[in-house]
Ligand binder design. Sequence first.
Ligand SMILES: CSCCC(=O)/C(O)=C/O
Ligand code: FE2
Ligand code: NI
Length: 182
Amino acid sequence: MQEPSNIAAGLTASAVLRSAVTDLGVDWQHRPLQPEPGLAALLAQPALDDGAKATVVQALGAGLIDVCIAHGYQSMDLVVLHPDTPGLEETLARFDRPHTHADDEVRYIVDGAGLFGFFDAQGREHTVRVGPGDYLRVPAGAEHRFTLTAERRIKALRLFTDSAGWVAQYTAREAGPMAVDA
Ligand SMILES: CSCCC(=O)/C(O)=C/O
Ligand SMILES: [Fe+2]
Ligand code: NI
């Protein structure tokens, strides 16, 4: 049984993190995921073929139509990363360096977990661990980075205004490796 002081400390830390991330313009919500059994079975698979990815987007994308309308997102896809993803570490190396994007970075996590780091004006990093049901919208130009937890597994819907090229523009910030045990 946690001591009340620890519970209070935990709640305070969470509120401080949420406040810091929100102050950076990041929209961080929890939208509970309630997949029907067939979809849950798909999400439980490590890898998905294109047909299965399209099924997931079709089933869960409708729940995000409000943000598509509010922010003009035109397309959606599903990113699937798992331990046997070819070139996984090289892919992660592209995103665990502080960077920005010319477009919003919008992710709805539907399986697995990930870690986003956000940098404030004082150069402090605020790390958010996301899991199923977590929705994040990182506004264009907001400095961040991303990696996977030790589980090396995530499935996330990605919403785009323009999916022409999801390019990371690296900033000059020096940052050590992200702690993956968050
Ligand atoms: C799970 S999204 C893959 C990482 C990515 O697209 C990005 O830009 C992270 O900052
Ligand atoms: Fe990014
Ligand atoms: Ni939930």
